[in-house]
Write a protein that binds this ligand. Structure first.
Ligand SMILES: [Zn+2]
Length: 155
């Protein structure tokens, strides 16, 4: 019984920790412009909670935090992101250090060649034209039928 309760509490702790991390990082984002001095504190608290409760930061969360100085990074504002070969380079303007993240090309199955894209575009355009003419023909037929009915009633 005691064991069960402990497990249940552990899950709950993790859930609460996740929520708090999300809230703190949202606060960091909100206060970045108005109170930039607060962001480091929010990030610090989020990290502390993450470590203490052993909840990992998600990939997106991790990449918005400088690995070296724990600043909240806003691309185009206090960090520069560039792609080089198969790595993402993030340069932090607060501490001037770089972070490297690997990135991979999508598997071949998902990749579309330029020729396939062109074909897809053409077929899509054709379908559009077809549907348009189809609708026009329908409207025309409708008008014709209507006029026919009208002429019939007149007679
Ligand atoms: Zn930094």
């Amino acid at each position: 019984m005691a064991q069960y309760r402990r497990k249940k509490n552990k899950d709950l702790t993790k859930k609460i920790a996740e929520e708090r991390i999300v809230i703190l990082l949202a606060l960091a984002e909100d206060n970045f412009k108005t109170h930039p001095d607060r962001t480091k504190r929010y990030v610090g608290l989020a990290r502390t909670i993450s470590m203490r409760s052993r909840v990992r930061l998600t990939r997106d969360q991790k990449r918005r935090i400088c690995k070296h100085c724990y600043s909240w990074l806003v691309p185009g504002n206090n960090c520069r992101i560039r792609l080089k070969g198969s790595t993402v380079l993030t340069a932090c303007h607060v501490c001037g250090k770089m972070s490297y993240y690997p990135y991979y090309e999508r598997p071949d199955a998902e990749k579309e060649t330029e020729g396939q894209k062109e074909l897809k575009r053409n077929t899509e355009a054709e379908i559009k034209v077809e549907t348009k003419t189809g609708i026009e023909a329908e409207i025309k037929a409708g008008i014709e039928a209507k006029t026919e009915i009208e002429t019939e009633t007149e007679n």
